[in-house]
Design a protein around this ligand. Structure first.
Ligand SMILES: [Cu+2]
Length: 595
């Protein structure tokens, strides 16, 4: 058909890159599949208690361009490791690279010297060496593993872990498929870092245009539109900064396969299929749905939850969700995973037979951050008018001056009821600190907010509030103390930290062995930060402060405050960091020492 506003390029076909022209979407049917070579061999599935893994460079071609991945056992992702709860597993990891490497077993409870973080109770694996990991499995569920050395994780060193329960699985399914999502760049991730250091919005080419401005003004009136633009301009930020790196650089993969390659999971009509979603991306959040099917979420981060039926869920970097689907028709269904910034998608197919495909939905409209998202305690656009929820350092004349002419009658400093976090104070280390470019003043505690770009989309979207562990608080002691940490950054300098301090200048966080404490995270930035504590569980609290959900990675959206309980029941030195790989690399990292 010639009716399309713009012909898609081959790269768009292959990579699932969204068309940049607003409103132009190409349904990707079977005819779009190119005969191009598969990028890399698919992962094998390995079972048992003894495993040999080898990390080496691997030539791949994912986008039509030759590139070099770093791969485990010659596949991207590495093999799916199927373990059994209670077993002791032995994993010999051989380094065939010219530089040090490592493997970290994400979400797995184990002794700290088996955790695989170089520098902490482990030296890394030198070139030519083989390191033997050995630990006993104390848990069941869906997890994953990845390198914890330089940026190798972004180059392909990751894979899925499925730990079968010792007792019969309470979740009954006829089939079981791993759906591992990732983001691939032909460009070396170190080059991406260099560009981000020079100009943080290098990869953000979705700047609002004059046309957007006129359109917004028609809709919202010039006064409001210009006030909004002026506020963002004063912040020296862009409301389109939803992802540091987007589909112009990344190709989004399902089990190592491009959208064009159409990874396919089989089913028979009426069967219940368990899909184990793992977000192994370096920098990408995905919004996942399967048009025509409801999904019942049964586990989060490997741990069982009370079943909740949804149309869509957002999966942060490093999170996992297990869902059940029961396809009632003898037809193909698309597993559609659009990037949070709507620049592209990963795509796979659930099908009764190989070779089928279903329509691929259009990308949703690209959401814009509002000033309210930055921490007024509500997420209604009106909440920004006349309010100053987020204070931007360097804003000329302060918030008041910039908000002149705005409607102060709508001022609402109470936020939105129970979800308002109230005013927060900030650590002194943030003051006058060039590594901190903004602070939230009144962060939201809301757990029922599906998140930017998912609100009111007509679908039932999962939120953290929907997820409740099937078990009671595993350590019902009241936390003995609170540890508050602020997630901070400066987008322009592309530096990240806790409390304005990067890892290189920080003291370890010391926990007393056996204590139960509360960690409170305040997001003082405009990006999402999925925070991962190694070695210990993060027991998310509900808005009233009671135990709700056991996780290993807790996402904190912009302008939000979240708290969880931690039992310091494993001695040693543990990594604690944002799982956005480049945020971690550029400072949002701490050592937690349990002693
Ligand atoms: Cu982060």
């Amino acid at each position: 058909m010639r009716g399309l506003p713009r012909e898609p390029t081959r790269r768009q076909f292959v990579t699932g890159l969204g068309l940049v022209v607003a409103g132009a979407h190409l349904p990707l049917g079977a005819s779009a599949t190119s005969p191009g070579a598969r990028a890399a061999p698919p992962p094998a599935e390995l079972r048992g208690t003894e495993f040999d893994l080898s990390i080496a460079a691997l030539p791949v071609n994912l986008t039509g361009k030759a590139a070099t991945a770093v791969a485990i056992n010659g596949s991207l992702p590495g093999p799916v490791l199927r373990w059994r709860e209670g077993d002791a597993v032995t994993l010999r990891v051989a380094n065939r690279l010219g530089i040090d490497t490592s493997i970290h077993w994400h979400g797995i409870l184990l002794p700290s010297n088996m955790d695989g973080v170089p520098g902490f109770s482990f030296h890394g694996i030198a070139p030519g060496e083989t390191f033997t990991y050995r630990f006993q499995l104390k848990q069941a569920g869906t997890y994953w593993y990845h390198a914890h050395s330089s940026l190798q994780e972004a180059m392909g060193v990751y894979g899925a872990i499925v730990v079968e329960p010792r007792e019969p699985d309470p979740v009954a399914a006829d089939r079981d498929h791993v759906v591992l999502l990732s983001d691939w760049s032909d460009e070396d991730p170190h080059a991406i870092v260099r560009k981000l250091k020079i100009q943080a919005d290098y990869y953000n080419r979705y700047k609002q245009t004059l046309g957007d401005l006129v359109g917004d003004a028609r809709r919202d009136g010039w006064k409001r539109t210009l006030a909004d633009r002026r506020a963002w301009g004063a912040m020296r930020m862009s409301p389109t900064d939803l992802a540091d790196v987007n589909a112009l650089t990344y190709t989004y993969l399902v089990n190592g396969t491009t959208p064009d390659g159409n990874w396919t999971a089989l089913f028979k009509r009426g069967e219940t299929v368990r899909l184990r979603f793992i977000n192994a991306a370096a920098m990408t959040f995905f919004d996942v749905r399967i048009p025509g099917l409801r999904m019942t979420v049964v586990a989060a981060d490997g741990q069982p939850v009370h079943p909740v039926s949804v149309d869509e869920f957002r999966i942060g970097v490093a999170e996992t969700y297990d869902v059940l689907v029961t396809p009632g028709e003898d037809q193909a269904y698309t597993i559609f995973c659009q990037s949070m910034d709507r620049s592209g998608y990963a795509r796979a197919t659930l099908s009764p037979r190989p070779g089928l495909s279903a329509p691929v939905p259009a990308l949703d409209p690209r959401p814009l951050l509002t000033i309210a998202d930055m921490g007024h305690g509500g997420h209604d656009m009106k909440a920004m008018e006349g309010s100053c929820g987020a204070a931007m350092k360097g804003m000329e004349g302060g918030c008041g001056a910039n908000m002149q002419g705005m409607d102060h009658s709508k001022m609402d400093h109470s936020g939105s009821g129970r979800s308002a976090g109230g005013m927060v104070s900030h650590p002194a280390s943030e003051t006058g600190n060039p590594a901190v470019d903004m602070q939230t003043m009144s962060p939201s505690r809301a757990l029922d907010d599906p998140g930017i770009g998912l609100r009111g989309n007509g679908r039932r979207v999962l939120a953290y509030a929907d997820l409740k562990s099937t078990f009671a608080d595993p350590d019902p002691r009241e936390p003995g103390r609170d540890l508050e940490l602020h997630l901070t950054g400066n987008m322009e300098r592309y530096v990240w930290g806790f409390d304005g301090i990067p890892f290189s200048k920080a003291e370890p966080i010391r926990l007393n062995y056996g204590e139960r404490l509360r960690i409170v995270l305040v997001n003082d930035t405009m990006m999402e930060h999925p925070i991962h504590l190694h070695g210990l569980w993060s027991d998310l609290e509900d808005e009233a402060g009671a135990f709700q959900l056991r996780k290993h990675t807790v996402n904190v959206p912009p302008g939000h405050i979240r708290s969880y309980r931690v039992s310091a029941d494993a001695l040693g030195r543990w990594a604690y960091h944002c799982h956005m790989l480049l945020h971690m690399e550029l400072g949002m990292f701490r050592e937690v020492r349990v002693e």
